[in-house]
Design a protein around this ligand. Structure first.
Ligand SMILES: O=C(O)CCC(=O)C(=O)O
Length: 371
């Protein structure tokens, strides 16, 4: 949709949708000739709260600036609240650059590994070593599609399976990463691992989530969250936990490319809303929208940068929220200089591809207590 189309009919849309349209990234179709391209005006960002900057102005003062207040407590970080959104907490620069890099690497290499599920499971079944296959320039090829022979899932670790049963007829599809040359001349479907990685939108870790039922499916195999991530989340959650301890049982990892956004939604599948969602931003800067209990309420827009953490607990758990925009241009993305950090850590492993990816992307790891 073009910029002008997006402006029409604003009065028919909800306040949340209007904000999404306002902050969305508009680009011209590359198929348009130069003469038919219209200039897309720069997005007006003057209403976006910059809590990092407001926090620096506030210091230890007890007053509120632009509806942002310092939350007092014995925490490891400065924590801010929004006067208009009880139960919402913002922790700027909670993670050091080295910690950010560590979780970016995990998000690319480990978190999408089975038994964790990703958006690719529905089509290809579990994909093992997707990042490695992408780095090695591999392709995913369909190696079987049969209505007679239904191999057992455990038959081969290297084989990725997706088994459908339709009207009593079982169809087994099997996929495997292989070298491009091996797939050459093959008639069956072939998908470059690079494309699959670019289309990776989410991975779920810990207890697995069934998006079609909007519920956790505890019958699905899962592995626990890494202990260091669970411990970090429990420490970050402290400001928003009034009783007991935060137990990190599940997480959704969202991957955003330059044009990706996450539409307004409410996270209400967990049993105990007094426990916060701990949401960690990594990579390119983004606009985060926090609305009210209905889409009709006008949301507050704020910048989230790499290393920032937001907590949503209590009343904020009922609030619509989403990410309409990430900033990938180097003058706006504000990604820490991970290349320099990698250079200073040389000798461990080659992280150039990770740095290249994150300079054009955003990752969000949001951690939940389910029970
Ligand atoms: O990417 C973000 O910051 C928000 C993610 C989110 O709201 C979700 O996964 O439910």
């Amino acid at each position: 949709m073009g910029y002008e189309d997006a402006q029409a009919g604003a009065h028919m849309r909800t306040a949340f949708r209007n904000a999404e349209k306002h902050y969305k990234r508009y680009t011209q179709a590359s198929s348009l000739s130069k003469s038919s391209r219209k200039k897309v005006p720069a997005t007006d960002l003057h209403q976006v709260l910059d809590i990092r900057k407001i926090g620096a102005v506030l210091g230890d003062q007890k007053c509120s600036v632009q509806g942002v207040s310092r939350f007092e407590g014995p925490f490891d970080w400065a924590v801010y609240t929004l006067d208009a959104h009880p139960g919402f907490y913002f922790i700027p620069e909670a993670l050091s650059a080295a910690q950010q890099l560590h979780w970016i690497v995990e998000s690319l290499t480990t978190f999408p590994q089975p038994p964790n599920r990703t958006n690719h499971n529905a089509i290809y079944g579990p994909l093992k070593d997707l990042w490695l296959a992408y780095q090695e320039g591999k392709v995913l090829k369909e190696i079987a599609s049969s209505t007679r022979h239904l191999p057992s899932v455990a038959e081969s670790d290297a084989t990725q399976r997706n088994i459908d049963v339709d009207g009593g007829v079982a169809t087994a599809k099997a996929w495997q990463f292989c070298d491009r040359t091996e797939a050459c001349g093959q008639l069956s479907k072939v998908v470059p691992a690079e494309l699959l990685f670019r289309k990776l939108r989410w991975a779920t870790i810990g207890l697995q989530f069934d998006w079609s039922k909007r519920a956790y499916d505890e019958s699905l195999p899962y592995s626990m969250l890494p202990t260091d991530l669970a411990q970090l989340a429990a420490r970050l959650a402290e400001a928003a936990v009034t009783k007991g301890e935060f137990k990190a049982e599940a997480a959704i990892v969202n991957y955003y490319g330059p044009d990706d956004m996450l539409g307004g939604h409410v996270d209400d599948m967990e049993a105990d809303w007094s426990k916060p969602i701990v949401s960690i931003s990594l990579g390119c800067k983004a606009v985060f929208l926090l609305g009210g209990a209905s889409r009709e309420e006008s949301p507050t827009a704020m910048f989230v940068r790499s290393g920032d953490v937001v907590l949503m607990a209590g009343p904020a758990r009922r609030c619509f929220h989403g990410v309409p925009r990430i900033f990938v241009d180097s003058n706006q993305s504000e990604v820490p200089d991970f290349a320099a950090l990698v250079e200073s850590q040389k000798g461990s492993s080659n992280l150039d591809a990770v740095v290249e990816y994150i300079n054009q992307s955003r990752i969000n790891v949001n951690i939940r207590q389910v029970h």
